[in-house]
Ligand binder design. Structure first.
Ligand code: SAH
Length: 234
């Protein structure tokens, strides 16, 4: 799948993802078009290649097609006004994508996107990326927040969340994040320490939780800063 949707421009990259059926919703396509991936990578020449790229702190920005898979899974819970937690927010790309979905212009009520990364350097860099990508006002008015902290604990201050996206692989299902999901709500979380699989976690209106395994993947681990500093990237 990697490289499949690669293109010379952001517009064409998003177009290719739609043509390959990775984006099938107009609202999602419009949101992707508003996020220019060149603002979230270290080397602009890599911006529209459909593969993960190294950023800082031994982390990667995920491949565009994985961002599309996450948006597809979470879409029913990314309505205008919704509250979203993005754990392991890294470059800030997914924070921007979710922001455009939950706080579209003219919405009665703006949504809230909370990004959390445990590397202070990344949290700071992502805020710069988001401002470069036109989201400076959202950072100022609080509809978009990027925090530095241990995402395994979620962010109780803004809970419960309609949608939780986890951009790093948890060794086991992170119980605190399941707790912070709204009833109803949905989480997209890669789980596993060797073989990893994305699990879609649904909490229904009565608080019942079900898990649906989706794709086999290879994400950076959801871990502590020391372990991340010591790991080899590729
Ligand atoms: N969605 C991001 C993915 C970045 S890679 C993007 O596409 O840019 C995964 C991120 O998870 C890294 O930035 C890493 O620093 C972060 N991370 C790993 N363990 C974490 C933890 N315990 N708490 C918060 N962030 C964590």
């Amino acid at each position: 799948m990697a490289y499949l949707c690669s293109a010379p421009t952001n517009h064409q990259l998003v177009h290719n993802m739609a043509a390959h059926g990775l984006i099938s919703d107009d609202r999602v396509q419009a949101a992707f078009q508003k996020v220019d991936r060149k603002n979230y990578v270290l080397d602009e020449r890599d911006a529209y290649i459909d593969s993960p790229q190294a950023i800082m702190c031994n982390a990667t920005i995920s491949a565009p097609h994985m961002h599309a898979e996450a948006a597809k899974s979470l879409l029913p819970f990314l309505k205008p006004g919704a509250r979203v937690l993005d754990v392991g927010s890294g470059s800030g790309y997914t924070c921007a994508l979710f922001h455009h979905l939950v706080s579209p212009p003219g919405a009665e009520q703006a949504g809230t996107v909370v990004g959390i990364d445990h590397m202070a350097e990344l949290a700071e860099w992502s805020r710069m990326n988001l401002a470069k990508d036109g989201l400076g006002d959202a950072l100022v008015n609080g509809s978009l927040v990027v925090l530095c902290g241990d995402g395994r604990e979620g962010c109780a201050a803004h809970a419960p969340y309609d949608a939780i996206h986890v951009g790093a692989a948890a060794p086991t299902m992170p119980a605190e994040l399941v707790k912070q999901l709204r009833s109803p709500g949905r989480m997209f979380v890669p789980v596993g320490s060797g073989a990893q699989r994305v699990i879609q976690v649904d909490k229904d209106a009565e608080g019942r939780v079900t898990e649906t395994p989706l794709l086999h993947v290879m994400y950076v681990p959801l871990t502590d800063p020391e372990a991340q500093a010591g790991r080899k990237l590729f």
